[in-house]
Design a binder for this molecule. Structure first.
Ligand SMILES: Nc1ncnc2c1ncn2[C@@H]1O[C@H](COP(=O)(O)OP(=O)(O)OP(=O)(O)O)[C@@H](O)[C@H]1O
Ligand SMILES: [Mg+2]
Length: 501
């Protein structure tokens, strides 16, 4: 009876009246906003998948590629209740068919999806902003938990890819955990507690005015589990790893750019830090062995070591220097972003510049030792599936007696165990024999390596012999004189250093 215009006007009018008196207000969060994907939509979806207990009548289940967990979400046109700060809100998942498109910049999905949030008007100002912030935060957390962690490298040096990122990433799937890591259980627990304190310590760092970051220095001989420890840390906290290849970085400013492009909740790793710095400085001073040596000479360094000795070197900005590195971990730039862990590893802590070691720089120095008795037990348990009582008491005692003298690395021990893992008894027998014979040989040679993994006199000789062989080979080749010369300087330098040791 009514003309359509009038009917429409009536409807509009009633709608207005209705909204005026309604106690609720509504917010639409559509999946696609114009042509852009709406980040909030995805966040809400993830958030609802976790906070809502499985109570709805119908839920949709999803599992992302590579993910290890299943998430569930609201099915189409279903609704669910959530509470935040004591306020109850209602979420509805609205799905409608999209009208056929005539023209679009990019094909849109056939369905139009969106969430509608219903909040009581009186609560609107109270919670809306904080609620949405909270949802974004929770969603990021869930995403991180579901996704596999990433391992980033800067193999391209400081150059950027098409999206402006200097880092390349691959999924990080290292299986090492603190359970599989063989080391003194007490020390292990200390490290785990420290990590957890750090990860949960936002308030503490705020209160004390410190940047939310922590540094670990892992040192010890090769094969004692330094890299495994880093993987275990990442797996424990669920952080990404940035493996910084210092030799690929050409200047301090490049280093800073790399740092700026790291995300929070990550571990930034520099492996073999002594070699990396050594290398870059050597390149610079390759014609002058004396200056190179004096870099490590404590006498030539002035004072309490805030990197002042190398400060002048940073002047030209072409090479990366110690002070650049210290600024990277420690300076103002280190706090762009938060919740980051720096891990440096080295085989020779005694070669490191004191500026790197001073307190407050690397918060924890962790010595990864040769295999001791507690580590040995862990390895045997992990590799052979043996429990304490599966091995004869006398054998344990014998192992305890010889293991320290043998100074085998956990890598050596695990190798020995893998070799015979089908025949467990043989594995134990051979391991004990190995430990005994190596231990005896060590004792007979009279020299065990020091706690810090310093070279023994015997090893220095072996080292020098090795160098001599390389040297003579270079002379024989003789095709590239410059290179040979450089090598020679390097050799002299190294021999000097080992003698000093
Ligand atoms: N403490 C350990 N616990 C369990 N496995 C270990 C341990 N140490 C070494 N391994 C085993 O030995 C292998 C080599 O260890 P890893 O790469 O962690 O040593 P590293 O200390 O980083 O050596 P490098 O100084 O040469 O880099 C690992 O794959 C791991 O299986
Ligand atoms: Mg390593």
């Amino acid at each position: 009876i009514f003309p359509p215009e009038l009917r429409f006007a009536f409807l509009k009018f009633f709608n207005r009246i209705f909204h005026l008196f309604s106690t609720y207000c509504y917010f639409d969060i559509t999946e696609i906003d114009g042509v852009n994907t709406n980040e909030l939509y995805n966040a809400v979806q993830l958030y609802l998948s976790s906070s809502v207990s499985i109570a709805g009548n119908r839920l949709s289940l999803t599992r992302a590629v590579n993910s290890s967990s299943i998430t569930f979400g609201l099915s189409n046109n279903d609704s669910i209740i959530d509470t935040f700060n004591g306020v109850t809100v209602l979420w509805e998942h609205v799905v409608t068919q999209r009208q056929t498109q005539t023209f679009a910049w990019r094909p849109l999905p056939e369905e139009k999806r969106g969430f509608t949030l219903r909040i009581k008007k009186k609560n609107k100002t109270l919670i809306l902003n904080s609620y949405l912030d909270y949802i974004m935060e929770r969603a990021n957390e869930i995403r991180r938990k579901n996704q596999d962690r990433l391992l980033y490298t800067n193999s391209r040096g400081g150059s950027l890819d098409s999206r402006g990122h200097p880092w390349e990433s691959v999924p990080f799937k290292h299986p090492s955990t603190f359970d599989t890591l063989a080391m003194d259980p007490i020390k292990k627990q200390q490290i785990m507690d420290d990590l957890l304190d750090f990860a949960e310590g936002q308030l503490f760092y705020q209160k004390t005015g410190r940047a939310w970051k922590r540094g670990y220095l892992l040192y010890g001989p090769p094969g004692t589990g330094k890299s495994s420890m880093i993987a275990a840390m990442a797996n424990y906290l669920g952080y990404d790893i940035y493996d910084l290849e210092l030799t690929e970085v050409h200047s301090n400013s490049e280093l800073r750019k790399l740092l700026m492009k790291t995300s929070s909740k990550s571990i930034i790793v520099i492996e073999d830090i002594d070699c990396s710095i050594n290398l870059t400085n050597r390149k610079k001073n390759s014609t002058n062995a004396v200056t190179q040596k004096s870099y490590y000479d404590p006498e030539t360094r002035t004072g309490s070591g805030s990197g002042s000795g190398s400060g002048e070197e940073s002047g030209n900005g072409n090479t990366i220097t110690l002070s650049g590195l210290l600024n990277f971990t420690d300076g103002l730039w280190s706090c762009c972003g938060s919740e980051r862990i720096f891990v440096f590893t080295t085989n020779h802590i005694e070669k490191l510049d004191p500026a790197l070691l001073r307190s407050g720089r690397m918060d924890m120095h962790i010595y990864m030792s040769y295999c001791n008795f507690p580590s040995l037990k862990i390895l045997i348990k992990n590799y052979l599936g043996y429990k304490e009582e599966d091995v004869n008491d006398d054998v344990w005692k014998e192992m305890e007696r010889v293991v320290d003298k043998a100074e085998m690395t956990p890598a050596d021990v695990s190798e020995a165990l893998i070799k015979n893992r089908r025949d467990k008894e043989k594995a134990i027998r051979e391991l004990l024999d190995d430990l005994k014979s190596i231990g005896e040989r060590n004792v007979k040679n009279g020299k065990l390596r020091g706690r810090n993994g310093n070279l023994t006199e015997l090893e220095i000789v072996v080292e020098q012999e090795k160098r001599a062989i390389v040297d003579s080979q270079n002379e024989e080749d003789g095709n590239n004189n410059d290179e040979a010369e450089e090598e020679e300087i390097e050799l002299e330098d190294n021999i000097c250093k080992t003698r000093e040791d």
